[in-house]
Design a binder for this molecule. Structure first.
Ligand code: WQD
Length: 338
């Protein structure tokens, strides 16, 4: 069984490729390294001891993507490739729409031409927008409040409309909550490169001594300690969720949106405390006013993933922080891994 993983060198994509190879699937990866590193492809093979077929390609390159389907008999696609920095998308909306939607159009057309009609899509909890009550449930209306989130809502709609044309299509729309952590080997993780907008990369940079303090966006939310609450999920649990989704799309047809979260909320200050515990040092922080567009609380209703896939997250916040710190320490403190 051969799986085409777009963006397979990325944070979630690389961890998912490890799970796929360990489960006996053959893996084909396309990645343009716009938000990942070539070493991730080597480390996927190093961890599993199994080869992957790799293509350095932009998803908008029609000929390059067609070539992949010509050279491999692809049974199912997992589509990660896309820009994902929410704040950046507000500054560069056209870039986000062109990249995320354009790449998806090329992929879907190549799939249709090749007769491949099974796809797992990397969607996001951001599609629930700011008006739904928590815990977020898959049948709630979707309406994003930023261009990044809008690309996810639009791609969910594109895949739903495509599936409506042919009962052989099988589509799984996986709505991730907040993925953090790293592979226990320390060989795969989230590179805090550039100016990350997410919280965990900032915390890990401060823990590594590369930044002076964490900026906490607001402590006046209606939450136990006033800081934002999110559903953090270990990237290894998220990767494993893709295996269950893959099995489901191989055995069913139609479209299913499914939350991948833990169903538990953790505040910014609670995450800082857990990370301090993991790295053995205090993490300095400074409270500033709220970040525009943030909601107070976000966490998943996990019933559908449990009932449909038989999957639920297993790791807790301490394990997420310990694995994240192990990755960062090896790379940015001890420097014993490139
Ligand atoms: C988490 C909490 C911030 C940075 C986004 C996307 C979502 C997903 C994850 C891709 C919030 C606070 C943050 C900082 C802080 N991405 N924070 N200081 O915004 O929940 O979700 O990333 O799928 O789709 O929407 O994640 O990590 O940016 O913020 O205090 O420097 O940390 O206010 O409460 P978010 P985040």
């Amino acid at each position: 069984m051969k799986v085409f993983v777009t963006g397979g060198a990325g944070f979630i994509g690389s961890h998912t490729c490890v799970e796929l190879l360990n489960a006996g699937y053959e893996v084909v990866i396309a990645d343009n390294f716009s938000n990942s590193k070539p070493e991730a492809v080597e480390n996927i093979q190093r961890i599993t001891g199994k080869p992957v077929s790799f293509y350095q390609a932009d998803m908008r390159d029609r000929e390059a993507i067609r070539k992949i389907f010509a050279e491999h008999s692809i049974d199912v696609v997992i589509h990660f490739a896309g820009f994902k920095a929410l704040l950046e998308s507000v500054c560069k909306p056209l870039w986000y729409y062109e990249n995320n939607l354009g790449g998806t159009f090329v992929l879907c057309q190549a799939m249709q031409e090749a007769g491949c009609k099974r796809i797992v899509f990397s969607s996001s909890a951001t599609v629930y927008g700011m008006k739904n009550p928590v815990p977020f449930k898959e049948d709630m209306p979707t309406a994003a409040s930023n261009p990044y989130g809008c690309t996810k809502v639009m791609i969910e709609q594109i895949l739903t409309d495509l599936a409506a044309t042919d009962p052989q299509w099988s589509v799984s729309l996986l709505r991730y909550f907040n993925p953090i952590g790293a592979h226990p080997s320390g060989l795969l993780g989230e590179y805090p490169n550039g100016n990350p907008s997410n919280l965990l990369p900032h915390i890990s940079l401060v823990a590594a001594g590369l930044r002076p303090e964490v900026i906490v966006f607001g402590d006046d939310y209606d939450t136990p300690d006033g800081t934002g609450v999110r559903d953090y999920i270990h990237v290894a649990d998220l990767a494993r969720g893709h295996l269950f989704a893959l099995k489901y799309v191989l055995e069913h047809s139609g479209v299913e949106a499914v939350n991948l979260g833990t169903g538990r909320g953790t505040s910014v200050l609670e995450l800082l405390a857990a990370y301090s515990e993991a790295c053995g040092k205090k993490i300095p922080y400074r409270i500033v006013p709220r970040r525009q567009g943030d909601i107070a609380v976000c966490y998943a209703d996990t019933e559908k993933a449990r009932c449909l896939f038989g999957w639920e997250a297993q790791r807790n916040i301490s394990q997420m922080c310990a694995d994240s710190w192990n990755f960062v320490k090896k790379r940015f403190v001890e420097g014993n891994i490139l």
